[in-house]
Design a protein around this ligand. Structure first.
Ligand code: SF4
Ligand code: SF4
Length: 491
């Protein structure tokens, strides 16, 4: 049986405990205590990987050939392109981005229905940056009690020095965070130089400024309030969780009645909880998991680490607080065994999410690897609708855009189809009118042409005549077509 004599009991007043909830209560500082354990290690790893991905990605290079950007991940707003390693997305292919967002949404539904608020506890940017800020704070000001003491201490040289150093490091992290974001939208090395030489665009400075401010304030000061009061996700996810979703749970049937297990006292009527409050002290949200499931709980599982550390030290049974489902909790409380994990994971809801996610992913992959890299768009002149030439022919004007979505130059043939007697002239080319024209398409560019098409009136129907512009890549089999209209007089 665990004994309190071996463990320091921490006096805490949970900020968000039920007795203290009030609409207008001023925020009380939360200084989570240092804790070690499986979930804390997992959080370190995830935090390290996510921060590395965020800060390093814009600096990765990818050779796409001459004249093409060599940044591996780039949202090129100026040329309206999105580059992701070997994939290039043009504006008309925006459905890929929509598909990715849908997949991210379904993936989040799947994760939540299996692992509860795992996103909130481990991967949400707010959680990751708050964790980083708390780490800096703990490193400079000491652990929980030292930080509370420093809060209450009068302002003096040592306190000012610690606080100024802390704010400076927080600010550096915030600037690096805001800076890293803008590097996704332009060539990172070039933009970095421009930012320092004050040659970058004002929107870049504004974006860095806004993100620096939000990171600094959200990560340093607002912390758990962002999750509790500003983020809609805790409310939405409630609809995605059910009695089979894993969530951090206090096994009150085991722990209660809680009490201090003094060696001298009779503990036969007490539960396993020795009321040491370590689980509350480590909680970044300042809540007491023993009050039951709460909106504030982000499922970070640090209270599991804290309680298991206590139980290990005192010789008590582990997992008084654990990841469990409501069904398993009820079964355990009735003396029945925990439900098998595979039943928790593989159930109708998660299978539907997984199948949906996989189908969209496979469909997107198929479309991605079979998509056209040559396209043609045509805009017909509206005014005038047509021109009657002196030789009796009819002329229509068009703006033709030929898109080369490859990273290499291409030779293509523009052709008229289904317009008997039709000929075309390209403005700026001193050639005779013909049914075909040859062009060199620059790499990854749109070639815009002014084209006049003429046709003998005898070959035309009154009003609208359907015909085609076709573009053929002369070095391959790729072709693109555009169905256009040629207007003739109504009589
Ligand atoms: S109660 Fe536990 S799981 Fe929930 S936020 Fe606090 S420490 Fe994390
Ligand atoms: S649940 Fe565990 S950590 Fe929390 S007070 Fe009880 S024994 Fe201590």
């Amino acid at each position: 049986m665990a004994r309190i004599d071996d463990v320091d009991r921490i006096e805490v007043a949970p900020v968000n405990s039920r007795q203290h909830r009030s609409l207008y209560k001023a925020r009380e500082s939360i200084h989570p205590m240092r804790v070690a354990g499986v979930f804390r290690r997992l959080k370190w790893w995830i935090m390290g990987v996510l921060l590395a991905v965020y800060y390093v990605t814009p600096w990765l290079r990818w050779d796409r050939g001459e004249g093409m950007p060599d940044q591996a991940v780039l949202i090129d707003l100026e040329h309206r392109r999105f580059f992701f390693f070997f994939i290039e997305i043009w504006p008309q292919e925006f459905y890929y981005v929509a598909g990715l967002l849908i997949m991210a949404g379904i993936g989040l539904f799947l994760l939540t229905s299996v692992l509860g608020r795992a996103w909130c506890g481990y991967a949400c940017p707010q959680t990751v940056w708050v964790d980083l800020y708390v780490h800096v704070e703990r490193w400079l000001e000491g652990d929980r009690n030292a930080r509370f003491r420093l809060d209450k201490a009068p302002w003096g040289g040592a306190k000012i020095r610690k606080r100024v150093t802390k704010y400076l490091i927080w600010l550096l992290i915030a600037v690096a965070t805001g800076g890293a974001w803008v590097f996704y939208f332009a060539d990172a090395p070039t933009l970095l130089v421009k930012l320092f030489t004050l040659e970058a665009s004002s929107i870049a400075y504004v974006t860095v400024g806004v993100l620096t401010a939000t990171t600094f304030v959200f990560g340093g000061f607002m912390r758990e309030q962002v999750c509790t009061y500003m983020c809609p996700w805790p409310r939405i996810q409630a609809a995605m969780m059910d009695e089979n979703s894993l969530t951090v749970t206090y096994q009150d049937w085991r722990g209660e009645p809680r009490g201090r297990h003094r060696k001298s006292a009779d503990t036969s009527l007490l539960g396993d909880c020795i009321d040491c409050n370590q689980c509350v002290a480590v909680c970044p949200m300042g809540i007491d998991i023993r009050d039951g499931q709460q909106l504030e709980c982000i499922n970070c599982a640090l209270c599991i680490d804290a309680c298991n550390t206590v139980m290990t030290r005192t010789g008590g049974k582990l997992d008084l607080i654990s990841y469990t489902t409501l069904k398993s909790y009820e079964a355990n409380a009735d003396g029945r065994p925990t439900l098998p994990l595979k039943k928790t994971i593989f159930r109708a809801r998660t299978l539907v999410y997984a199948v949906l996610w996989s189908c969209i992913g496979l469909a997107m992959l198929f479309v991605l690897f079979t998509r056209d890299r040559l396209d043609v768009n045509v805009l017909r002149d509206r005014n005038p609708q047509y021109v009657l030439l002196s030789d009796g022919d009819i002329r229509n004007g068009y703006t033709v855009k030929i898109l080369n979505m490859e990273g290499t130059e291409r030779r293509v043939l523009l052709q008229l189809g289904d317009l008997p007697g039709g000929l075309m002239n390209v403005v700026g080319q001193d050639e005779w009118p013909s049914r075909t024209k040859e062009f060199i398409l620059p790499a990854d560019k749109v070639l815009q042409l002014r084209v006049f098409v003429t046709a003998p009136v005898a070959e035309l129907s009154p009003g609208a005549n359907n015909f085609r512009f076709s573009v053929t890549d002369l070095s391959g089999i790729e072709q693109a077509h555009y169905g256009a209209i040629f207007r003739a007089p109504e009589e």
